[in-house]
Design a protein around this ligand. Structure first.
Ligand code: SAH
Ligand code: SF4
Length: 351
């Protein structure tokens, strides 16, 4: 093996590296710093993944780059839902584990739903990812590569990113934030911060850190219950992270960031979809700068059921006079298990 081949073999994939990382990388190959910035431009802004097409890099540099891996993920397959509006993609990680990402089209809006972990430790009773248990964190590169590979194969421009795929983003905080920063970087993908939403099951310390760090991205908190006792039934995390502290932390975020927080509320038949739940929500959320996003449950093979459309509509009308906006996410892609919380993968390692 030549020395060059050795360098290539030992290199971690370039996707996931920041501008500064790529500058240092270029320097390590005997190049000037700006060559790293050029690489950043090709990878994140131009979506070009072939070194021979990176025309403004000198031949001598390109030769050194050949063989260095770019993508940390391998796309395995994709499923298009019946409506053609939703597509689910399966990726393999270097570890041999698998993750899923979902692409959703709605008029001019094209949203990608990214995974941040393989499996999840939070163990919400209604969620397919939770049933897998926690397997591993994704690197920033593995998170960003989901976006880049999808953007590369579809014609439309991706307009929105939601961190609502597999895993709990705030239990992989550093990598998730590096990924979000890369997507937001003005010299790269340049996705507006208001088009990037991070959803958490409510890791209180991290909500506060997110607020203190001054991240510009949108925050969504999965409330899923109208009081402590009820939330505890479906979300055991409530034991360690109490309902009232979660509301306090969310409010802290709204004060610090001067932004609205979105509360997500999965509607589960007979569990949290009663009129009294709507009344409680109105009361507890009234003092907050917030929005409530109702998500009719997407069934997995478990004990929970989606309320009928009539009950869902009743619940919505009970919230008619709420002092905050209420929206409903009529999830797309349930026919291919690509709705919220329906993402789960199993690799040979765990069979
Ligand atoms: N771990 C993060 C983000 C991933 S889950 C979180 O929990 O917020 C994204 C959203 O999907 C959450 O609001 C979660 O409550 C919801 N969800 C999970 N399982 C679901 C299901 N089967 N049907 C509908 N929504 C679900
Ligand atoms: Fe994890 Fe979110 Fe699923 Fe809960 S809903 S198990 S936090 S992925």
């Amino acid at each position: 093996m030549t020395m060059l081949e050795n360098v290539a073999k030992e290199q971690k994939p370039l996707i996931g590296k920041s501008m500064e990382d790529l500058e240092a990388f270029a320097q390590s190959l005997g190049q000037e710093l700006f060559r790293g910035r050029q690489l950043f431009d090709w990878i994140y802004r131009k979506n070009v993944y072939n070194f021979s097409e990176m025309s403004d890099l000198p031949h001598s540099f390109r030769e050194k780059l050949f063989g260095i891996p770019l993508h940390p993920l391998r796309m395995v397959n994709d499923h298009v839902s019946n409506s053609k509006q939703t597509q689910k993609f399966l990726f393999e990680l270097e570890s041999g584990e698998f993750i899923e990402s979902v692409l959703m089209k709605d008029g001019k809006r094209v949203t990608v739903c990214l995974s941040t972990q393989v499996g999840c430790a939070v163990d919400c009773d209604f969620c397919a990812t939770g049933k897998m248990g926690f397997i591993q964190n994704l690197t920033a590169g593995e998170i960003v590569d989901q976006f880049l590979q999808l953007q590369n194969i579809i014609k439309d421009k991706i307009t929105n990113v939601v961190f609502m795929g597999m895993g709990e983003p705030f239990l992989n905080y550093e990598n998730t934030m590096s990924a979000a920063n890369l997507l937001h970087h003005p010299k790269g993908v340049n996705m507006g911060a208001w088009r990037i939403t991070i959803s958490t099951a409510g890791i209180i310390k991290k909500i506060k850190q997110f607020a203190d760090d001054g991240h510009p991205f949108k925050l969504a908190v999965s409330l899923n219950g109208s009081n402590e006792k009820q939330r505890l039934i479906t979300m055991p995390i409530t034991k360690a992270q109490s309902f009232s502290e979660l509301l306090e932390a969310s409010q802290y975020y709204t004060f610090k960031s001067r932004k609205r927080v979105t509360f997500e509320y999965v509607l589960l038949a007979g569990v949290n979809d009663h009129r009294t739940d709507a009344e409680e929500l109105k009361q507890i959320l009234a003092p907050m700068n917030c929005k409530l996003n109702l998500i009719p449950y997407n069934e997995i093979n478990g004990q929970y059921r989606r309320p009928t459309d009539t009950s869902i509509n009743k619940f919505i009308s009970s919230l008619n006079n709420a002092p905050f906006p209420v929206t409903v996410r009529w999830s797309k892609g349930q026919d291919i298990d690509a709705g919220c919380g329906q993402l789960a993968t199993i690799s040979d390692n765990h069979l």
